[in-house]
Design a protein around this ligand. Sequence first.
Ligand code: URA
Length: 178
Amino acid sequence: MWRDATQTVFGEGPEGAEVIFVGEQPCDQEDLAGKPFVGPAGKMFDAILNDAGVDRQKIYVTNAVKHFKFEPRGKRRIRSKPNAGEVQACRWWLDREIGLTKPDIFVALGATAAQSLLGKAVPVTKMRGEVIERDDGLRVFITIHPSFILRIREAADKEAERRRFLQDMKQVKRLMAV
Ligand code: URA
């Protein structure tokens, strides 16, 4: 993956952040900018965090996989999902970020992040909103990936999903405070 990607996209946020949000992998714009969550999913994520009263400057944001995986299609680069081996290969990176940041809580944004943080496949839609405690005591809040909201076409459904995700982020804010 690193061969085709423009660069490694490291996590971003202050040392000692109380919470680490973990996405899947950088996409097209993140690959070019070298920063996580700056493209369309990132903009939606920022807006919802803002509505929930969570300051992005105070959180650490990263991805389970640190390089953009894609299929070229003409001039476009179409994102393809990292497999379990690729997630596993990037685990040491996430572990180092955890060791340096020492957060109180993690947020797994979607199935790839949940798999990376918990070491097993997790049914995200079923377990959404739950906090799972790892063997080392770290708490992992499970929710969807914000790009899921972007893919919904019907306006009312999109708005309903946005509201649900906002509720999830408000729950994260409450968890940060305990
Ligand atoms: N999707 C992700 O999971 N991570 C990013 O950084 C951007 C989009």
